[in-house]
Design a protein around this ligand. Structure first.
Ligand SMILES: [Zn+2]
Length: 439
């Protein structure tokens, strides 16, 4: 958003004073009426800028909140795009393929059974309900005579063999993640919105609103799903701006809409921060792991502004200096603060779990889970507990007629048990049910 021209408040643009004489690039480049820069355009411009800065023997520093754009610049996404195009390339004629292989017209279950036969590794990846994915894997097999799992594995090896970064001119990378615990962060974000309002947010949104009206007045269709129209603050104040235009004297209503605008802007800001955190701890971290760059990610704890100097400034400068001089002796990222240890360790564990395929079947709920992560989520879910409780209840009603082992009291709070123990227990419960039915 800072790449838009003008609108310093709504886009939270860094002020000249805050820039402290350090040249900032790509700020205020896009006119309001211009198409937004998508990742590819940003990548082009940023790469060009980085080369230019490097050619002057200076250090390019990429700053910003849009992880989506930064990831786009740092990580090679061509593989993902290529995979899609090549899939389409392989399966050029779906109809012809289906005519030759009638199984492609059958049920998801039948296709899954076939896939198990020809490409078990791929079948293991898909849930029997993922009909579209199962079909694609089968189509690849029929069209190329090779299994999809083999082709994907080959692509992955090729990817690893390449330089880790999309563009070698990016050079070596050091990443700082300015992290704050949720509560202090939300308090700070709320304060920021109040400050934006005080500094003239409403006048700015009014400017954007008038501009939008003038374009709409000419009969133009404006795609509001992207660009400046999506900026936090504009949409939230639109009802107020509209009311102010139509009924400028209805002060009570205007005050109400103004308060709602501020509240909604705060909510949207907090939601965006949550989204950014989720993006960072899932997508960015996964990419960093794939590129073996986890040792270049430093989390700086900015939760407490009183310790900003030590926690963020001093630690950041220390690590950056080490990185630029003697790369070998960088401290371990998890060692630099309690928050770093907690957040990074947890994210790593989650990401590893997610990567571990496990295909577990919950017999209680009759549900297949494909990864350890999903399995863990499932057995901790309320839905699962409810089914367990319901089945347990049914099993315990005719207590006097149940084999003695079913009378063993089962501790209701089994949330601390390891999943293996839990599975065992579930199996026991199923046994109880079968026993009952047998009587
Ligand atoms: Zn279950």
């Amino acid at each position: 958003m800072q790449m838009y021209k003008g609108l310093p408040i709504i886009t939270n643009k860094i002020t000249l004073k805050e820039q402290k004489g350090i040249p900032h690039h790509l700020l205020g480049n896009i006119e309001l009426g211009e198409d937004p820069w998508f990742v590819t355009r940003f990548k082009q411009e940023a790469t060009r800028m980085i080369s230019e800065i490097r050619s002057r023997d200076k250090l390019p520093i990429l700053v910003g909140g849009s992880s989506y754009y930064i990831d786009g610049l740092l990580f090679d996404q061509r593989l993902v795009e290529n995979q899609k195009t090549s899939e389409e390339g392989w399966i050029s004629n779906r109809e012809k393929l289906a005519a030759q292989h009638p199984i492609l017209n059958s049920s998801g279950e039948a296709m899954w059974a076939k896939l198990r036969e020809v490409d078990p590794a791929m079948a293991d990846k898909w849930h029997p309900n993922d009909v579209r994915k199962i079909r694609t894997s089968l189509e690849i097999y029929f069209a190329t005579g090779r299994t999809a799992s083999e082709i994907y594995a080959e692509q992955k090896t090729k990817k690893r063999a390449r330089s880790p970064y999309q563009d070698p001119s990016l050079g070596d990378v050091l990443i700082f993640w300015l992290y704050a615990h949720r509560d202090p962060l939300n308090t700070r974000l709320d304060k920021r919105v109040d400050k934006m309002v005080k500094n003239g947010l409403v006048d700015e949104t009014s400017e954007v609103y008038e501009y939008l009206q003038s374009r709409l007045a000419t009969g133009e269709t404006v795609d509001r799903s992207k660009g400046i129209w999506q900026s936090i603050g504009f949409r939230q104040f639109e009802p107020y701006l509209q009311a102010r235009k139509e009924n400028p004297d209805d002060e009570a209503n205007l005050a109400k809409l103004m308060a709602a605008g501020i509240e909604d802007t705060k909510t949207a800001t907090r939601q965006y921060a949550k989204y950014q955190l989720r993006w960072m701890s899932t997508k960015t971290l996964t990419s960093l792991q794939e590129e073996n760059l986890m040792d270049k990610l430093y989390l700086l704890d900015s939760s407490n502004l009183d310790t900003w100097h030590q926690e963020v400034l001093e630690k950041g400068v220390y690590i950056a200096e080490k990185f630029l001089t003697s790369k070998e002796s960088l401290p371990a990222p998890i060692s630099i603060s309690e928050a770093a240890r907690e957040v990074l360790a947890e994210a790593l564990e989650r990401s590893n779990r997610k990567d571990t395929p496990c295909r577990k079947y919950c017999e209680v709920c009759e549900k297949t889970l494909l990864t350890e992560e999903l399995w863990q989520q499932h057995i901790k879910s309320t839905k699962h507990s409810k089914v367990v409780r319901a089945k347990r209840k049914r099993a315990l009603i005719p207590a006097d007629r149940v084999p003695s082992r079913a009378l063993t009291k089962v501790d209701d709070d089994d949330s601390n048990l390891e999943p293996e123990t839990k599975t065992q227990k579930i199996e026991d419960e199923n046994l109880q049910e079968q026993n009952l039915e047998g009587k």
